[in-house]
Design a protein around this ligand. Structure first.
Ligand SMILES: [Zn+2]
Ligand SMILES: [Zn+2]
Length: 457
């Protein structure tokens, strides 16, 4: 629990002007957050119940735009251009608030949800169903917690406008579509984000986490999230009757061989000092019991930190696919096809160490030292790092927002049974302490970066 100072106490202290400056700002933030909390929790639940898939963030983006406009931001909607897909609409929102001379700070949220059928059983659980890009009907859920991010983002915007006497510069609130397709950040940059709008000095974001308790935040200086590469593999055979495999070439067996073979890329070909993951996330082939199909489709994800590791894995996938086909006697005309997706790629995410350590200090003051922890890098991916541009030209930092019950986390650490986390159909952040810490940490970060000269911290 964070220490809260009630309003009369604050008023009394201000009257006598004897309160230490740091306490007055913390108390001020706490009382503003207290006041906003019921509204934020109900906004969160409403967002949670109304998720939208990547590339379809119509209502979510409209809501964000409307809220920012009401706060006095100069808002532009539909920012973004998907290269190679001129027909796709980008639902990016940019809100600019100019408040005198000073640094330009971007705060970013994502807007999209996932094709996951929610199984949390919460009263505000999503029952939304929609068609995915392949035309299949799917359940839709904010299983990555982007609803937590949007709510924290709107709460932060509101607080910063109310506290505008404490900071100066340009605040840009940026809501990004299609993060789960890891293409929205690139689409917004492609559409002239940094030329149509002020170029940032810093870009900040948060992401909810099942590894940190609600009410706490985590930080990771340097590389924090891996690069992500999506790969489609089509294993082709020669179809036929299930009773006569000798006159067919069975792509189902070939796919099985391929899946087992590629397990040795990371375990036998890669240095143990270079983290890497290869996962087959989807396999589809065939129509019924007694037909050998013509082909089987696989969807893979590759995670790595180093570019040479990523390139090695791509080459190994190709080599193994072709080698297995040759060993199985597949005709050259039916050789496997390994395609690296151009749309779904993102480089590793780098948190500027100097900025990250500075913010860790700010968080310690805002939330108390016991509520701020350093967390290890993970192999998940994000396109947030794109906002730093190539070679980390702009300092960026995404910090972890704890979202799970502290007692459950302690129990999970004791038993070794992991708690459901982002992308799980059971992912259920604890709303109030999570949002409270999200709004407080992000507002404090911006206030520090845009502090008025001479203003107290
Ligand atoms: Zn996600
Ligand atoms: Zn996410």
């Amino acid at each position: 629990m964070s220490h809260r100072v009630t309003l009369p106490y604050l008023v009394l202290y201000c009257l006598f002007a004897s309160v230490p400056a740091a306490l007055s700002q913390q108390a001020n933030l706490d009382s503003l957050i207290d006041r906003e909390m019921p509204r934020l929790v109900s906004a969160y639940k409403a967002l949670h119940a109304a998720p939208e898939l990547s590339h379809h963030e119509v209502k979510t983006s409209a809501l964000v735009a409307q809220e920012l406009r009401a706060l006095g931001f100069d808002v532009t909607e539909r920012v973004g251009k998907f290269a190679g897909h001129p027909d796709w609409i980008s639902y990016g929102v940019v809100g600019v608030y100019k408040n005198g001379a000073g640094p330009t700070v971007y705060v970013r949220t994502e807007l999209d949800a996932l094709p996951v059928e929610e199984k949390t059983g919460l009263p505000y659980a999503s029952t939304v169903r929609a068609k995915d890009d392949a035309g299949r009907e799917v359940g839709v859920m904010h299983a990555c917690g982007h609803d937590i991010h949007i709510t924290s983002f709107l709460g932060t915007a509101k607080l910063l406008v109310e506290l505008k006497d404490l900071w100066q510069g340009t605040l840009v609130m940026l809501a990004q579509p299609a993060e789960e397709a890891i293409s929205g950040a690139e689409a917004m940059l492609e559409d002239g984000l940094y030329t149509r709008f002020p170029r940032p000095d810093y870009v900040l974001a948060l992401h909810d986490s099942s590894l940190v308790a609600a009410g706490m935040v985590g930080y990771t200086p340097g590389y924090a999230l891996a690069s992500s590469t999506s790969v489609d593999v089509t294993i082709r055979g020669v179809g036929g009757h299930g009773s006569a495999p000798q006159v067919a070439k069975d792509p189902v067996v070939e796919a099985a061989e391929f899946i087992l073979a590629i397990q040795t890329i990371v375990s036998r070909e890669n240095s143990p000092f270079d983290p890497a993951v290869v996962t087959v996330g989807s396999i589809h082939g065939g129509t019924r019991y007694n037909i050998i199909p013509d082909e089987v489709h696989l969807q893979l994800t590759i995670r790595a930190y180093k570019e040479e590791v990523r390139q090695h894995i791509i080459a190994a996938l190709e080599r193994m696919a072709q080698g297995i086909a040759a060993a199985d006697g597949i005709p050259a005309s039916r050789a496997p096809i390994v395609e690296v997706s151009k749309d779904e790629y993102t480089p590793a995410m780098y948190n500027d160490p100097q900025l990250t350590l500075r913010l860790a200090e700010v968080f310690r003051k805002a939330l108390g030292p016991a509520n701020v922890v350093e967390v290890r890098p993970i192999m998940a991916s994000e396109d947030f790092g794109r906002f730093g541009l190539e070679n980390h030209q702009i300092p960026t930092c995404q910090f972890s927002l704890g979202a799970v019950d502290a007692a459950k986390l302690a129990e999970s650490r004791r038993t070794g049974v992991p708690l459901p986390g982002p992308h799980s159909s059971l992912w259920a952040p604890v709303p109030e302490p999570t949002l409270r810490a999200g709004v407080k940490a992000m507002s404090s970060a911006v206030l520090d970066l845009m502090k008025k000269p001479g203003a107290h911290d």
